[in-house]
Design a protein around this ligand. Structure first.
Ligand SMILES: [Zn+2]
Length: 293
């Protein structure tokens, strides 16, 4: 049974923005876990790819006229070959249609919070109009951890293919770029009730985003816990730069989420948008799934 998540936390309306779907190699998504185990929850297609969502979090404070979008999907500017390799599909969900559903356009977005600059998270930052690259959200400030920003220009060989400059180079030297230097193990408040913290296991300088008030807390996990299936500790992605770091960070995050009853928001999960977790004695499990509209 999936429950409705809180419609509001603090001054913010909470919306899940489904910007589309794509597909990644199931083996890469689940690292050392054998296929007979992962395919029960995440069936593969003929090319061994599993369904992935491109789910963003939208926080609207209508009184303060602030509209914050956490990540923005994979975007629409890709060549056919790339679209096919990643089975990118915007037929069912698309960023503009989802924003329209809550009465907004990309022009209304005041803040884009980039968890990290991988293409399936920040591909929607720019689009092509008459062949020219333009910002999708012309009025928005873009918040990135400085560590991740610098890394995107000097990536390691392992995740180089995920940092595509056409998604962010438009912001180099741009006054709308807000580079954060959040200390590891601490958090920074970037809007009332909205805090970011750093996780380095997937890629250095990734930031998790938390919105909380006295009653509820919601944590956008990005690629630290990309799907509900990844709540189990050794289920870390082959894509992760530092899998052991990722496991330690994840245990800490999920332990904290259990203690606080915080809802974890899953960016890529095809099965559920969000959930609380508990430790079942062996490892973490899903306690209650939530959906947002
Ligand atoms: Zn990533």
């Amino acid at each position: 049974m999936i429950m409705d998540g809180p419609g509001r936390i603090g001054p913010y309306e909470i919306h899940a923005i489904e910007t589309g779907s794509f597909a990644l190699d199931g083996g890469a998504m689940f690292g050392i876990v054998p296929k007979p185990v992962w395919e029960k929850t995440n069936p593969a297609d003929a090319l061994n790819r599993i369904e992935m969502r491109l789910r963003c979090l939208l926080l609207i404070d209508r009184a303060a006229k602030r509209v914050l979008l956490v990540d923005n999907g994979i975007g629409t500017k890709w060549a056919e070959k790339f679209m096919q390799m990643y089975r990118i599909d915007h037929s069912q969900w698309a960023l503009d249609r989802e924003l329209a559903r809550v009465g907004l356009t990309p022009d209304d977005v005041t803040d884009v919070i980039a968890t990290h600059l991988h293409f399936d998270h920040m591909g929607g930052t720019t689009r092509r109009v008459n062949g020219e690259l333009v910002p999708t959200f012309p009025k928005a400030r873009v918040w990135v951890q400085e560590q991740n920003w610098n890394l995107a220009y000097h990536p390691n060989e392992k995740d180089r293919a995920s940092y595509l400059q056409e998604n962010f180079d438009l912001y180099r030297g741009n006054p709308k770029l807000e580079l954060l230097q959040t200390e590891y193990g601490r958090s920074d408040e970037i809007a009332p009730g909205i805090r970011v913290r750093v996780s380095n296991g997937h890629t250095p300088g990734l930031q998790l985003v938390e919105v909380a008030d006295s009653g509820s807390a919601l944590i956008y996990c990005a690629d630290a816990v990309p799907t509900a299936t990844h709540v189990r500790t050794p289920w870390v992605m082959g894509y992760d730069c530092f899998p052991l770091t990722m496991m330690e960070e994840k245990k800490k995050l999920l332990g904290e989420a259990e203690e606080r009853g915080a809802i974890l928001f899953f960016e890529h999960c095809p099965r559920m948008q969000a959930a609380t977790v508990f430790h079942d004695g062996k490892d973490f499990s899903i306690k209650q799934a939530y959906q947002f509209r």
